[in-house]
Design a protein around this ligand. Sequence first.
Ligand SMILES: [Zn+2]
Length: 267
Amino acid sequence: MPELPEIAVRACEMKQALVGKTIRGIEVLQPKCLNIPEETFVEALTGARLLDVVSHGKWLFIETTQGWLLLNLGMGGEILLVTRDRLPEKYRLVFDFDDGTCLAVNFWWFGYAHFARDLADHSMVSQLGPDFMSLTPGEFRELLRGRRGGIKSFLLDQKRIAGIGNVYVQDPLFKAGVHPLRPIHTLADDEIEALYRAFRETLQESIDRGGSHWELGLHGEPGRWGSDFFLVAYREGQPCPTCGTEVVKIRTGSTSGFVCPHCQPLA
Ligand SMILES: [Zn+2]
């Protein structure tokens, strides 16, 4: 599932490759991923010139001369810049450009391709918290102030902070020595600072390597970050890289957590 690094990398690639192109036609094979009727969507974006591409958490915001195209890959998918004679085997949407290239969008399960005249009009996007990479240490501390739930569920809540999912949440908690179920109000300032630094480090490390190798880039190449970089994430039964204690898998609400019981004590 793509998280902040993959989407940040995709936005960067798309900005470089797509800005200046004009959408000449749109083919929709999965109308249920749209937020408006297919005909309205096609009409709204046909003739639009692409002005900018930015990411916000797990969303891609594509600014055009006629409004915004908002993409969210959900559980995963590909956004490939190709030509009509080189379309991938699976795709749900194709945006044809004036120069003969096209953008083929595939969702592995279900994703969103939404249109909004204005970002503020879009209910899902207007409810998003700040993108983690845009936060300063002080802003991060402020977001946590007065919160009483568990730290992991807070970090995964896109309305609080956008971009972190169940893959990237695991190792920063370990690096900071914080158990995923720790109540937020019990965290000391130095633990919050350590969490902030650990998340920045892990997310940036993946961004620098083009995101995870489970996802393909705009030109079809996989990212170079993956399970080799995991410390305790998905390493149940293996020794903790710091102290050698066996890593355990625990339930954390509806998700799983991977912790070293020695380095991340709950109490
Ligand atoms: Zn340990």
